[in-house]
Write a protein that binds this ligand. Structure first.
Ligand code: HEC
Length: 180
């Protein structure tokens, strides 16, 4: 997959998870338009070209890491679930459902989620990549604690900042590594 294709997929998936699908897709594609990740968004729903071109990386200096086919498949599926979880957490926060947000974060992204396919795949990761993965899981567990605090304080901002930190950890690994 070329970086621009991945970027486009990530962008589209973020739009879908974070903002809700624009236009007609929104009504037809509940709960999550998985097929979009496969086939891309129809032309009429594409963001303006300037937006995608502007943010696309200039050169691909990510380190390519070899995963066996099954591990790669499982990892990418897990990644899509991560993105889904981020959106679900944002939705829970928007409804003041702090306990739900905390539980989602801990179970789907946090240190407690480090088992199953992704954990098995971790053995194929170089040390630096594993550390970035751990940092992401750790930040999600931290978010879970901060989200619970928000239920007491009523102040959402620290929770939003902690969630942004999780997002930054996703971005850091994507900037450094790709699968082959
Ligand atoms: C430890 C590294 C790492 C972390 C942390 C990480 N990812 Fe990924 N992710 C990857 C790699 C590597 C790919 C494949 C990129 C490639 O080959 O071009 C990927 C791909 C993806 C994809 C595309 C899946 C597909 O089907 O092609 C999505 C969506 C994604 N990640 C979401 C996330 C989200 C959301 C987070 C944080 C909650 C996250 N990732 C955290 C390494 C990571």
């Amino acid at each position: 997959m070329t970086p621009s294709v991945l970027f486009q997929r990530l962008t589209l998936a973020c739009l879908a998870a974070g903002l809700g699908m624009p236009l007609a897709q929104a009504q037809t594609a509940a709960p999550m338009p998985h097929d979009m990740a496969q086939h891309g968004m129809p032309q009429h729903a594409m963001p303006p070209a300037a937006v995608t071109q502007q943010a696309a990386p200039k050169a691909d200096d990510r380190k390519a890491v070899h995963f066996p086919a099954a591990a790669k498949r499982a990892t990418l599926a897990e990644m899509r679930a991560h993105l889904q979880a981020l959106g679900d957490i944002q939705m829970a926060l928007s409804r003041n459902e702090y306990e739900l947000a905390a539980r989602l974060a801990e179970n789907k992204l946090g240190l407690s989620s480090m088992h199953g396919d992704m954990y098995d795949s971790a053995r194929y990761m170089p040390a630096g990549m594993r550390e970035l993965g751990y940092a992401m899981h750790q930040s999600a567990s931290q978010f879970a604690v901060i989200a619970q605090d928000a239920s007491v304080s009523g102040d959402l901002r620290p929770a939003i900042a902690a969630l942004a930190k999780v997002n930054q950890n996703c971005v850091a690994c994507h900037a450094a590594y790709k699968l082959k």
